[in-house]
Ligand binder design. Structure first.
Ligand code: FES
Length: 116
């Protein structure tokens, strides 16, 4: 078991706007390209997904402000408009309907968010 006092948090909960997202670095792809994680907050709940569309292996968006759909309850891929829901990352409309974003495991301790 990893001692969380020795591991730096990704960020604090309060750094993610309620109903919004924060993009953070998440290693590199098999091709050696930098990847990002989307931290998406709804109240006290936070989900983390790889910022990569299931239709084509490209980011949903490059800006945290544009990745939440106008309805505020889905993420949107700006390339072809796929919509992914908060709870499980499932695509509900678009060319990859039925697929899921790659969920990343996190844990929240107080106001700090860590990779699980
Ligand atoms: S690349 Fe995301 S919907 Fe087409």
């Amino acid at each position: 078991m990893v001692d969380s006092t020795l591991v730096s948090p990704i960020c604090s909960l309060s750094e993610i706007p309620d109903g919004g997202t924060l993009l953070v670095p998440y290693g590199v792809s098999e091709e050696g390209l930098p990847r990002e994680a989307i931290l998406w907050r709804q109240g006290a709940e936070v989900r983390a997904y790889l910022n990569e569309c299931k239709h084509l292996p490209i980011p949903l968006a490059f800006e945290a402000d544009s990745i939440v759909a106008d309805d505020k309850v889905h993420l949107i891929c700006l390339t072809h408009g796929a919509l992914y829901r908060f709870g499980d990352g499932r695509c509900v409309t678009g060319p990859c309907r039925g697929d899921h974003l790659d969920r990343l495991q996190i844990r929240v301790e107080g106001d700090a968010i860590f990779w699980a």
